[in-house]
Design a protein around this ligand. Structure first.
Ligand code: WT7
Length: 653
């Protein structure tokens, strides 16, 4: 990066608020500062100790890491274990069978509770059923399910028999499902008739039918959970009900131990170009880091906490922090099927109150949506059970961070802003609650045993106060092992940009204390007249204006300046009546004043909605198409497909 790279980022690092841990919290915290020194002294010994402490091994390992063929890592390579045994049976054997594993709440308000003993029994039945359907160790199973307990049961049943699951988010289309089924050559698909969304039944099975319509896929069987009772088409000989196949199966099943490097799952994530990448995770190292981070980053007390991660199992957050981390740690958690505004905008807070949720893990986009709805809504519920708040998925702007802390956390709960990726498998950079003095908007410090750094173009570490690229220097236990079926792409995408380092694709900056601030994907870093500008930073500035609820910024090609900043904003209810042109100009000036004239958007378009995927990620690529006057590209993963037509029409005016 050029030497002036850091200049436009300055407003982020001028954030000088900091919140020191409450002394009582710090004294009893699960994570203690000594973890950093331990890991620094001997990183591999540290991870070996975590693996033995947090997991139950059938055969102990003698080698912690085999890095003789980089970037292909083997962690705990000669050890053997079973993932489902670690998440289930051993808790029952330890006398905790009556502890609640899952409180489930459906969108219509139906509830179910599974103790560890009951969940173990359900998983054993599913394991027997899948085996009877011909699924064996090493096979792949596609999972296309809503947020219901059967999703967790299915994933753990696959793990139990050594088959890799490939969860496909329920919001993806039939085409997306088919390409993932084909790439992984899945034998079995587990789906549901449908789910509930915003009070209405929403179908899933028709997409599976469409995906398999030509009868030429590798899929032999489709198991269908009855969730919303909507009529479904049926293919005799291929389709079978969960109630006929799984619920009738025997609950006797002994888990077989597999090698630590047995594939646990494939999860597809979109790359910058081309087809989605099948990120491959394996068993021993992945479970070690998922459990370690879940315990230490959230200060977990399995006996007393009620943990709630709002992510869907279709994303990696749902894999590591709904399924594997919490269950391996023996935690009690809440799973909620539906949308946050059904039947009213206080649903989440009603759930926190009802279940006495103590740890909440969610995404900045959700927090900003709640801000938009107004603080009176959470204010109407008792949130005093909460004690730790987490954020994940994108940089959290200081404004949203402060709101989360004050309105949801009652100025009492530490916030952990956790940076990681599908590829990293588990949290990599985050404050530790009770240890780190937190700063609004920064993920701050690599976790013990993680060697994250910020480097310049040449791979040399940047100094404090400078920006560059986020890299990981040394292998970590939950790292991706490969891209399914495409080792060349694995090497090319992640290990070729900087010699001997993992390139995360994110821009980052170290502040004067050496703390890390994430600046968004490097593809989202704009270059305006030779100055680097972060979309995240301009968005943060816009959202800092009292009239703005949400903002998305893109760099549009410009003949003169290289790129120009284009902003799309949603106004808060209180500003909705303002004249749009005056408001746009006010906001341009606001950014100019906040960051510098160079960052002033060329255009601020006031829009009713932003294009978001169903997981809440803003699709800036589509906004960029509009800003550059192109036809809008593939919008099939949008939650609401009509949004882009409106924005494009407004932009052209
Ligand atoms: C990308 C990974 C990790 C689970 C959900 C997303 C961005 C993620 C943060 C954070 C700033 C973040 C990065 C990363 N990201 N967490 N706390 N602060 N940026 O997983 O879909 O694989 O996306 O999300 O850009 O590269 P993913």
């Amino acid at each position: 990066m050029s030497s002036d790279a850091s200049t436009p980022m300055d407003n982020l690092s001028h954030e000088d608020r900091s919140f020191t841990p409450d002394p009582a919290f710090a004294r009893d915290a699960v994570a203690q500062k000594t973890l950093y020194a331990e890991a620094d002294a001997d990183r591999l010994a540290f991870w070996a100790e975590q693996a033995r402490e947090l997991l139950t091994w059938d055969t102990d390992f003698t080698q912690t890491l085999d890095w003789s063929n980089p970037p292909f890592a083997r962690w705990f390579g000669d050890g053997k274990l079973n993932a489902a045994y670690n998440a289930l049976d051993r808790h029952v054997e330890a006398g905790n069978g009556d502890r609640v594993a899952i409180h489930f709440e459906g969108e219509p308000g139906d509830t179910r509770t599974y103790t560890y003993a009951q969940l173990t029994e359900e998983v054993k039945k599913a394991a027997n059923a899948f085996t009877a359907l011909g699924v064996a160790a090493g096979d792949r199973v596609a999972v296309y399910l809503p947020m219901i307990p059967e999703a967790v049961i299915t994933m753990l049943a696959c793990a139990r028999i050594g088959a890799a699951h490939s969860v496909v988010f329920g919001g993806f289309s039939a085409d997306a499902l088919r390409s993932r089924i084909d790439d992984a050559e899945a034998k079995l698909v587990v789906t549901a008739d449908g789910t509930w969304r915003r009070g209405k039944p929403s179908a899933l099975k028709p997409a599976v039918d469409a995906a398999l319509a030509d009868g030429r896929s590798t899929v032999e069987t489709v198991v269908v959970v009855k969730r919303n009772g909507e009529p479904v088409d049926w293919t005799e000989g291929r389709d079978t009900w969960w109630s006929d196949t799984v619920e009738t199966a025997s609950a006797d099943h002994t888990a077989e131990a597999f090698e630590a490097e047995q594939p646990l799952y494939i999860l597809y994530t979109s790359g910058t170009t081309g087809k989605p990448k099948g990120i491959l995770h394996t068993t021993g190292g992945y479970l070690t880091q998922a459990a370690f981070t879940h315990r230490n980053v959230f200060d977990l007390r399995p006996e007393t906490d009620v943990y709630w991660c709002t992510a869907d199992i279709g994303w990696v957050t749902g894999h590591s922090y709904v399924v594997y981390g919490p269950l391996v740690n023996g935690a009690t958690q809440l799973i909620y099927e539906g949308t946050p505004d059904t039947p009213h905008q206080g649903r989440w807070w009603e759930l926190v109150q009802k279940y006495g949720v103590t740890i909440l893990y969610t995404a900045p986009t959700a927090i900003r949506t709640m801000m938009k709805w107004g603080e009176d809504i959470p204010g109407g519920f008792d949130l005093s059970s909460l004690r730790v708040l987490g954020s994940v998925g994108e940089p959290i702007n200081p404004e949203a961070w402060m709101w989360y802390r004050r309105v949801i956390g009652g100025d009492r709960c530490p916030i952990v802003d956790t940076w990681w990726q599908t590829e990293t498998g588990a949290i990599m950079i985050s404050p530790l609650p009770g240890v780190t003095a937190t700063k609004p908007g920064s993920a701050q410090v690599p976790l013990p045993g993680i060697t994250a750094d910020v480097v310049d173009d040449t791979g040399a570490p940047v100094g404090d106060g400078e920006a560059g690229y986020l890299v990981i220097r040394e292998p970590w236990p939950s790292m991706l092992r490969n891209i399914w079926g495409d080792p060349d792409r694995f090497v090319q995408t992640y290990w070729s940009r900087f010699e001997g380092m993992y390139f995360a694709g994110d821009g980052a900056k170290k502040d004067d204390d050496g703390d890390v601030w994430l600046l968004g994907r490097v593809d989202d870093v704009m270059n305006v007249s030779g100055h680097r500008l972060s979309t995240a930073e301009i968005e943060s500035s816009l959202v800092g204006h009292p009239a703005v609820a949400e903002a998305a910024v893109v760099g549009a090609a410009d003949e003169t300046t290289g790129q120009a900043v284009i902003a799309f904003v949603i106004l808060r209810g209180s500003a909705a009546g303002e004249d749009k042109e005056t408001m746009s100009e006010t906001l341009r000036q606001h950014v100019g004043k906040d960051i510098g004239a160079i960052a002033k958007p060329r255009k601020v378009l006031i829009v009713p909605e932003l294009p978001k995927t169903r997981s809440g990620k803003i699709m800036r690529r589509l906004l960029k198409d509009v800003a550059e006057g192109r036809e809008v590209g593939d919008a099939t993963t949008l939650a609401d497909g009509s949004v882009m037509n409106e924005i494009a029409a407004d932009f052209a005016k």
